[in-house]
Design a protein. Sequence first.
Length: 137
Amino acid sequence: MRTSILITGVLTLFWLPLQAQTIQTDSSSRPDHLIYTIVQQQPEFPGGMSKLGQYISENLRYPKAAQAAGLAGRVFIRFLITKQGAIEKVKVLKGVSPEIDAEAMRMVASMPNWVPGKVDGQAVDCFYNLPINFSVR
C-alpha cells in the first residue's frame, strides 16, 4: 500500500508539471495563425549557439559613424521564426542608436533559416529575442 502511494506521489510530482507546461501565444496571433512566444522546444540556429556567435562575429559590421562617435551598447532584436525556419518581422525592442539598430536588424534579416520551435512535436511560428552587443575596441 505504501509503495503504491509513493509511486503515485512520485509520478504526480514529476508528470503533472510536464503536462501543465504553459504555452503562450503572442497577442498579435489570430485563431487561424498562432504565433508563439513560449514553446516546448526552442528554435535553434543551424549548428547551435556557438555557430550563432560565429555568424554574428563574421557578419556584423560596426557602423563607422557610430564607432567614431564611441557609441556602444546592446541592441535587443525580436524576430519571427516561421514553421519553415525563415526569419521575418525583425524589430528592435531596445536600441542604441539608429545606425547601430539598423545594422543589427540587417544582420538578423540576413541569417540563414533556423530550425523552428516546436509544440507537441510540430514546428510552429514563434518569436525569438536576441541581444547583440556592440563595443568599441
